[in-house]
Structure formats: structure tokens, C-alpha cells
Design a protein around this ligand. Structure first.
Ligand code: MN
Length: 189
């Protein structure tokens, strides 16, 4: 059975970029519900390897709620109230695949804006380099055998209370709270 991980920061600590109420509801209600529904839907309650479940063509309720649990558990540590910078290795990798950090941010932002409806945008390992991909619903790179090192939730529940229909403003705010130290760690793990 799966459990809701604690947020690695106080829900109010990402203000003003991501508001307290959104964080509380996003973690305490949305993520918690994915965990509950995943546990309810699991055919084998002793299974503990979520990646293994997601990579073996689970039925839709397990795929959607298991994806929801995996994605949000991955997402929270990628946010930080403290300003961080990409490591030298990450900077080199981003420059090599996208020319610069700014160009990477532009392309990631474009993918996040271009994802119609609910879903996620990701930075993934791609051969020797890095690539941007986006997925619908609670799908993720793991489901297609790829390794993510950054993700952004673009479901409306992630931003609607503060930004309403302005997804672009939410994405711009996201860049202020990215935990580059965590992304750098995932690059080499
Ligand atoms: Mn979400």
C-alpha cells in the first residue's frame, strides 16, 4: 500500500509564486486522493514498486492514480523556497542540448503552454543529451522508458486559484522556485 509523502517544504514557503491554499489542496487533497484511489485499485496490495507497476501496462484506474502518485511525489522535491543554481554538469548538458539555460526555459515553457488540457511537461535524459517531452493526464516518461530530471504539472488544479486561465504566468512563476540542486542530482543519478 502506498502513502502520501510529506511536502519537503512548508506550504506557504513558495509564496508569492505558488500560493499557500493551492499547495495545501494540491498536496493534501489531490495528491492524497491519487494515493487512496491507487491503493483501492491495486490488484496486488503487496506490490511496492510503483515504477514496475506503471511500466507493465496497468489498467486505467491504476495507470491514472499510480501516475498521479508518482508524478506528484517526483514534483514536490523539484520545488524549493531557497534559490539554487544548476550544477556545472547540468549547465553543460543544457547548453549542449538547448544552447543555453534561457533557450531551454523558452522551449520548456512553449511545451507547457502547448500541452492542451491536463498534463505534464518534462525534461528527460535522451541518449547522451537531454530532451523536452509532454504527456497527457497523469502519464509520465517512465511509461515510455524514459528518465525525467524535471517535471511541471500543468493541470489547472496546480495554478487556477491564483492564476485562473493564465497558465503562462504560472509557468513564469515556476522558474523562481525550481530546485536546480535536485535537478542536478537527478542528472547524475
Ligand atoms: Mn497536480
Amino acid at each position: 500500500m502506498f502513502t502520501l509523502p510529506e511536502l519537503p517544504f512548508a506550504p506557504e514557503s513558495l509564496e508569492p509564486h505558488i500560493d499557500t491554499t493551492t499547495m495545501e489542496i494540491h498536496h493534501g487533497k489531490h495528491h492524497a486522493t491519487y494515493v487512496k484511489n491507487l491503493n483501492d485499485a491495486l490488484p496486488d496490495k503487496s506490490e511496492v514498486d510503483l515504477a514496475n507497476i506503471l511500466q507493465n501496462n496497468p489498467e486505467p484506474k491504476v495507470r491514472n492514480n499510480g501516475g498521479g502518485h508518482w508524478n506528484h511525489s517526483f514534483f514536490w522535491p523539484l520545488l524549493s523556497p531557497t534559490s539554487t543554481s544548476p550544477s556545472e554538469a547540468l549547465t553543460t548538458a543544457l547548453n549542449s542540448s538547448f544552447d543555453s539555460l534561457d533557450t531551454f526555459k523558452e522551449k520548456f515553457t512553449a511545451a507547457a503552454l502547448g500541452r492542451f488540457g491536463s498534463g505534464w511537461v518534462w525534461l528527460v535524459k535522451d541518449g547522451a543529451g537531454l530532451a523536452i517531452m509532454d504527456t497527457p493526464n497523469q502519464d509520465n516518461p517512465l511509461m515510455v522508458g524514459k528518465t525525467a530530471i524535471l517535471g511541471l504539472d500543468v493541470w489547472e488544479h496546480a495554478y487556477y486559484l491564483k492564476y485562473q486561465n493564465r497558465r503562462a504566468d504560472y509557468i513564469a512563476a515556476f522558474w523562481n522556485v525550481v530546485n536546480w540542486a535536485k535537478v542536478s542530482e537527478l542528472l547524475v543519478s
